[in-house]
Design a protein around this ligand. Structure first.
Ligand code: ARG
Length: 462
């Protein structure tokens, strides 16, 4: 078969070097843009025919050819050739081979520079929707799990030291909040990037009457870019997208870290289903949370993509530079990693049980009710700073005598603070302390149920 030649071979005296072909190509990773590249080309061809830059007959040939190529790529029969460099050239060359002269007209008033930027925006718009759906699925898994633990109390931590008691549901719902911000952030990114750069050409636009509004409308963009020099080089949306992915990964890594700790024998707060655990090749007793560890580690990959993307953009000269080709490696890498981690996190959340009895049995340790006691004293008219000091003394006394606060007699309590009355016992102990929470958003059972209700309604609409 004769080699498909590139039009620029007339300009360059020698055949491209073999090593150079391998080094320059992006077709090995940008082929996943093919649907968007074809959609962009069909819109461009339609506009060219509307503007009488090509005939209706040529337009029809181009569309038929492009759709046939799309089918071939989808069913795997398309032959990718590194010599064609990238998906844009591969599709154009295949089109010319299929429909001849009409195909040679497709690139009128267009450059790969505005073409690839268009493809990336179209791809990212869809990818953001996929990510948002996966995040929603994870949120739903958390809300469902929370529904099972609205009355069960666990310790919360600050500095990884026991802090105040909370219901398990409230703890689980804290992740739903983080994920909700991720969805909003990705939504903002999608809105900002939804601008058409097609028609910006290589850097300066075109002398031909290219109708940019037409292609923008056909491709569902909300606006068109104002400045061609900026348009062909703008990859802000790529950096922003990876940053959004990096925060999703951050949130997943926090969940992973919590649950790795929670599944240790020292904590024994949770039990992950066997099918999501691994064992050791040497120690027969092991049930390891490897999946969570990998979710935690993959966060590093996404951060790496973010730094790589920003470094790629730093101090680039104005206009298009080939460096920009590598945006895809980092953008695709971040998206794929986060998608996978989201799916795994969803499976883990749906297949993990809290060991409520074990957790309950340990609630008397760590003076989880100390803050509630201080607030009880405030209610009895004592200034908070004083109350804080009194409870501090009481805790020290308990520690010395190996007692919990609720085990102190009313006389012992009164010795430290005469304002204490019998009703103090309604506030002592972790379970009572949780019942005393009244502020909106606090981590008690009542508030958790309100939040579950809120999320169930909201998420059902997605
Ligand atoms: N494969 C290239 C990229 O991804 C397409 C644009 C090439 N433009 C050029 N002037 N060489 O950026």
């Amino acid at each position: 078969m004769a080699k498909k030649r590139k039009s620029w071979e007339k300009r360059l005296a020698s055949e491209p070097d073999k090593l150079a072909i391998d080094f320059v190509e992006s077709i090995s990773y940008d082929r996943r843009l093919y649907k968007y590249d074809i959609a962009g080309s069909i819109a461009h061809a339609k506009m060219l025919s509307e503007q009488k830059l090509i005939s209706k007959a040529d337009y029809n040939k181009i569309v038929d050819g492009l759709l046939a190529i799309e089918q071939e790529i989808t069913d795997g029969s398309f032959k990718f050739d590194k010599y064609q460099e990238d998906i844009h050239m591969a599709i154009e060359a295949a089109l010319i081979e299929k429909v001849g002269q009409a195909g040679e007209k497709l690139h009128t008033g267009r450059s790969r520079n505005d073409q690839v930027a268009t493809d990336m925006r179209l791809w990212m718009r869809d990818e953001i929707e996929i990510l948002q759906t996966k995040i929603t699925q994870l949120q739903k898994a958390f809300v469902e799990a929370a529904g099972k633990y609205t009355e069960d109390v666990m310790p919360s931590y600050t500095h990884l030291q026991r802090a105040q008691p909370v219901v398990i549901a409230a703890y689980l719902l804290s992740f739903v909040e983080q994920l909700e911000r991720d969805i909003a952030r990705l939504g903002n990114c999608s809105e900002l990037l939804n601008v058409s750069v097609l028609g910006s050409g290589a850097v300066a636009g075109s002398t031909l009457p290219i109708d940019r509004e037409s292609t923008a409308g056909q491709l569902g963009f909300c606006d068109i870019s104002r400045n061609s020099i900026d348009a062909v080089s703008d990859r802000d949306f790529c950096a922003e997208f990876i940053f959004d992915c990096a925060l999703v990964a951050t949130h997943l890594s926090k969940l992973a870290e919590d649950w790795i700790i929670f599944s240790s024998s020292e904590f024994d707060f949770i039990r992950i289903k066997d099918s999501f655990c691994t064992s050791s090749s040497m120690m027969p007793q092991k049930r390891n949370p490897d999946i969570l560890e990998l979710i935690r580690s993959k966060t590093g990959r996404v951060y790496g993509s973010l730094i790589a993307m920003l470094t790629l953009l730093k101090a680039l000269p104005s206009g298009y530079n080939r460096d920009l080709q590598e945006d895809k490696i980092h953008v695709f890498g971040a998206a794929d990693t986060v998608e996978q981690s989201l799916e795994m996190a969803c499976a883990i959340v749906s297949n993990t049980k809290f060991n409520v009895d074990k957790i309950k049995a340990g609630l008397d340790e760590g003076f989880l009710d100390a803050a509630a006691l201080a607030e009880y004293l405030v209610d009895k008219g004592i200034a908070f700073r004083q109350a804080h000091g009194i409870v501090g003394e009481l805790v020290a006394f308990c520690e010395k005598n190996n007692k919990s606060l609720k085990q102190l007699s009313i006389e012992q309590l009164k010795k430290y603070c005469p304002a204490v009355e019998k009703d103090v016992y309604e506030h002592l102990g972790a379970i009572n302390a949780v019942k005393s929470y009244v502020t909106i958003g606090s981590a008690g059972s009542k508030q958790a149920k309100i939040q579950i209700n809120y999320w169930q309604k909201l998420l059902a609409e997605r």
